[in-house]
Write a protein that binds this ligand. Structure first.
Ligand SMILES: [Zn+2]
Ligand SMILES: [Zn+2]
Length: 600
């Protein structure tokens, strides 16, 4: 693929004699595959030059393409109204970006083209334009495969990992180290989120990364959402990246100063043993990126990045556990601004009861003076059958080093350093809620839900005592398939209730964590060989916590009238695969269970 830099500057365009070599236009990179797929990543003022060049090269023919917006700060979208291909009838352009804070991508982009600011409104563009809101996941555009991931920035921001032509380019602009001490250099493994960022960029042939600051300048820019050259080099080393383009140059930096910055980056690379190629992105330069690798495994594990509207967050309650008035007030205000129902407490014991009873979507916790609140975190995590196992717990405090020796052990999802701006907090909340709903999907309701529930209730088996006539079937199937867990699970309005259960003492669970609620959507066995590899289930509390189900197979129980009232299901604590004979045994036994259900 051919990668071309059209704008390399961050924050604001800076034309003039001091920015001639590295360029004064803001963020814009084009990626063109060998087959001709045209991607544009970010649409800062550099997009003007790209648009002119595409029109000149088109010979009057149609110019189609795809614009990937990292986030909607000005320096990443201001070139959009000046991107010539959008003004040519017959062209088709798709625009992708994270659904922002309180508005769709289309609404946000339309805002900067209102008549007060610009003479042409977005819906009056001559080209056919389609907008796509993205979450974390995978996106396929013709021959290109793109994985998205949220970056650490005070606006909801996506990084793009583009795989095409056997090569991989990662675009990660406007990102700050999660662990701020890494800004001057250090091992990214120290912080789970920074390590996840390294996973995201791992193996890139070319990494285009925000490197706005030097470590020595970072102190004055904490929380601005940008990286330092030291962090980027350490990231590239950890992630085995082949070459690094330092990007999003500070508008105050002259060409000569960027030379100096590059020299310091290379010195840091030598010191730390990174032997990839390091250069500063220069406007107008183009790079052929070649490779012959297969698609990375990350692609197979990611769900559809464009599926945001189909996903329902499991809970919209935010629990704020804090003692300082300013922290309490700011956290609660940020959560309310994100349309969450906020419950505030300054009492750890009460906090636990609230989490247990409300099963919140997120917990925001200020460290407490005595134990830091880690007992609360541990207690929440032990709520294995509820949301406790997977609810994001965000610590918000001043002194990370004091309270946060090992994030793995303390099982905090992320640490945010106080003071944090309301925008930063809102971005974090939004990202975690989207990320969570995306890693754990509720099953949609079947089309015949009302009739199905009536049929289930008419059976008269719900909340009755265990019976041998069902238990012998779960015993049989557990023995035949050699699995520790076998259940007759009935999917009720808001729960799944077990008429017969082998291998669990739990009588019922909320429907939203029911794997059987997915199984009853079809007529055949739903087999999930490894739940952790399936983003629909990876963070499900039955998978991530408590029973730790790694394998699931459920055969719908279909009554004579066609209602699928539940399943005969089996589960194991390790990945499994049922062969045809085993699947047939599951089907046969399920048929016997249906007979029993319909016999009074
Ligand atoms: Zn920017
Ligand atoms: Zn930004």
């Amino acid at each position: 693929m051919l990668v071309t830099f059209w704008g390399t500057r961050g924050s604001i365009a800076k034309a003039g004699p001091s920015t001639v070599r590295f360029g004064g236009n803001t963020s814009c990179v084009s990626v063109r595959s060998d087959a001709g797929t045209q991607l544009v990543i970010d649409c800062g003022t550099g997009a003007h030059g790209l648009g002119q060049s595409l029109v000149a090269a088109s010979g009057g023919g149609p110019i189609d393409g795809h614009i990937l917006i990292s986030h909607t700060h000005w320096d990443h979208i201001q070139g959009l109204p000046f991107f010539a291909p959008l003004f040519v009838e017959g062209n088709t352009w798709h625009i992708y970006g994270p659904s922002g804070l309180g508005g769709s991508l289309h609404e946000i982009l339309a805002g900067q083209m209102e008549y007060r600011y610009f003479p042409v409104e977005i819906d009056q563009l001559s080209a056919h334009v389609e907008h796509h809101d993205l979450v974390e996941g995978v996106l396929r555009i013709d021959d290109a495969t793109i994985v998205t991931r949220y970056l650490n920035h005070p606006a909801l921001t996506l990084g793009y990992r583009v795989e095409v032509d056997g090569a991989m380019v990662v675009y990660s602009s406007d990102h700050e180290p999660h662990d701020q001490s890494l800004a001057v250099g250090g091992d990214l493994a120290r912080n789970r989120q920074d390590d996840a960022h390294a996973q995201f960029v791992s193996g890139a042939d070319l990494l285009i990364h925000d490197a706005q600051y030097l470590g020595s300048e970072y102190g004055d820019h904490v929380g601005w959402g940008h990286s330092t050259v030291e962090y980027v080099i350490d990231l590239a080393r950890r992630a085995d990246v082949r070459s690094v383009a330092l990007y999003h140059h500070d508008p105050n930096r002259t060409d000569d100063q960027i030379d100096d910055l590059l020299e310091m980056a290379r010195a840091h690379a030598r010191r730390s043993g990174y032997d990839g190629d390091v250069f500063a992105a220069a406007e107008g330069s183009a790079i052929e990126v070649r490779g012959n690798r297969p698609l990375s495994p990350m692609v197979a594990q990611a769900t559809d990045a464009a599926a945001s509207s189909a996903v329902v967050a499991p809970s919209q309650v935010a629990v704020v556990v804090a003692q300082s008035p300013d922290v309490t007030e700011t956290l609660a205000a940020a959560a309310r601004a994100e349309d969450l129902d906020v419950v505030v407490t300054a009492d750890l014991r009460e906090a636990f009861e609230i989490v247990r009873s409300t099963e919140p979507g997120i917990v925001l916790l200020e460290p407490f003076a005595d134990d830091g609140g880690f007992d609360l975190v541990a207690a929440i995590r032990e709520l294995g059958t509820g949301h406790g196992a997977s609810v994001p717990i965000i610590m918000v405090g001043r002194d990370e080093a004091r309270w946060h020796p090992d994030s793995e052990e303390t099982r905090i999802t992320e640490w945010l350093v106080w003071p944090a701006s309301p925008f930063f907090l809102r971005t974090k909340l939004r990202a975690w809620l989207l990320r969570r709903s995306f890693r754990w999907q509720n099953a949609p309701l079947p089309d015949d839900e009302d009739q199905r529930i009536t049929a289930l209730h008419d059976l008269g088996v719900l909340d009755t005592a265990p019976e041998a006539r069902f238990d012998r079937h779960t015993d049989d199937i557990a023995a035949i398939l050699d699995v520790p867990v076998a259940l007759v699970s009935l999917v009720d309005t808001d729960r799944q209730w077990f008429k017969s259960r082998r291998g669990t003492v739990v009588e019922q669970t909320p429907r939203e964590m029911s794997l059987c609620a997915h199984a009853i959507l079809g007529t055949e066995v739903l087999q999930i060989e490894d739940t952790l590899a399936d983003p629909r289930f990876a963070d499900n509390p039955l998978v991530a916590g408590g029973p730790r189900l790694r394998f699931y197979a459920g055969m719908p129980l279909t009554l004579d009238d066609g209602s699928r009232v539940g399943t005969l299901c089996v589960a194991d604590h390790r990945p499994r695969h049922l062969d045809d004979d085993q699947l047939e045994a599951l089907r046969r036994t399920a048929a016997l269970v249906v007979q029993e259900l319909q016999t009074r």
